[in-house]
Design a protein around this ligand. Structure first.
Ligand SMILES: C[S@@+](CC[C@H](N)C(=O)[O-])C[C@H]1O[C@@H](n2cnc3c(N)ncnc32)[C@H](O)[C@@H]1O
Length: 222
């Protein structure tokens, strides 16, 4: 008797869950950025080290969020384009740019649909973008100018957590140098350090970092 009641209850709760509409990525991220309204976040230090002393050119920030890195680059004189799936984040980035008197080409866009272009960027930034950059690796490599640089910092899969969209995330060991193998890897690090995006409250977590350059002689189709 009790077993029957428990089974029926489980079935009903499963049915209720199945009927709950799955929220889109845009809704999930919009909600997060709405909570972050008015809060500004520090630019990424690894990015700052990477561009130190470099001649500013055209930069693309993939999934720029509220624009902490895009605006940092714009302040250094880079001509920055950034996009993100969250229109709330893009609006916040535009407002901060205006407040700080910085030029930023910001749009709402999806990593899988964005027109990255060919040989267009001197710098491509993919901070904490995980599978969103790896699954678009070919487009990203093609979009770099010869001599252009790709910089990534992200979580390692060892973190063993789901992202906001409920997907297991993080890079596999050596995934980034392999996926971006058409570029010359200048630096790759697999370490445990405070991640500047992760909600780990500054606690060290497994992260990876990559700097890779498109060699001047490299052909796009290689
Ligand atoms: C972990 S946050 C990193 C944000 C930013 N790169 C940073 O480091 O501050 C991931 C970002 O990816 C964006 N995102 C998620 N799915 C996306 C998609 N399909 N296309 C574009 N952006 C997406 C989210 O809105 C969010 O801003």
């Amino acid at each position: 008797m009790y077993r029957t009641i428990i089974i029926v209850a489980l079935c009903l709760s499963g049915l209720a869950q199945a009927q709950e509409p799955r929220r889109s990525a845009q809704e999930v991220w919009n909600e997060l950025y709405a909570q972050r309204e008015g809060r500004e976040y520090q630019f990424n230090k690894f990015l700052a080290e990477t561009v130190k002393g470099k001649q500013p050119g055209k930069a693309l920030d993939i999934g720029m969020g509220q624009g902490r890195n895009a605006l940092f680059l714009a302040a250094l004189g880079w001509e920055v384009t950034g996009f993100d799936i969250s229109e709330v984040a893009v609006r916040q980035a535009r407002e901060t740019a205006q407040k700080r008197g910085l030029k930023l080409e910001a749009s709402v866009g999806d990593v899988d649909k964005f027109d990255y272009g060919k040989q267009r960027w001197d710098l491509v930034v993919g901070m904490y973008m995980h599978q969103y950059v790896t699954r678009n690796a070919k487009k990203i490599v093609d979009s770099l100018k010869p001599g252009g640089i790709l910089v990534i910092e992200a979580i390692h899969r060892d973190i063993n957590r789901d992202n906001l969209q409920g997907e297991r995330y993080g890079h596999y060991s050596n995934e980034l140098p392999k996926v971006f193998g058409r570029l010359r890897v200048l630096y790759y690090e697999d370490t445990v350090a405070p991640a500047d995006w992760e909600k780990s409250g500054g606690k060290p977590v497994p992260i990876v970092r990559l700097i890779a350059v498109k060699e001047r002689a490299a052909r796009d189709s290689r």
